[in-house]
Write a new protein. Sequence first.
Length: 82
Amino acid sequence: MLRIMRKLSATKLRESLYAVLDDVLRTGIPAVIERKGRRIRIVVDSPGRLDRLERHDAIVGSVDDLVHIDWSSSWSGEKGLP
């Protein structure tokens, strides 16, 4: 069984594809395959930070209503002051 794989040829990958995939899943260590002078990485796809955010409803009502809000009564015209 393959343990830590830093580099594999495409031929070695073909010989033990399922063992390579199982090892990457088990250890989380990516497998790097050399093919025609280029590198291909097999990695475990884990959710990113944005994927872990919880959805919150911040706007109550129609989003279109925000376009028509009249802010003129709360605007003094001076920068930084309400």
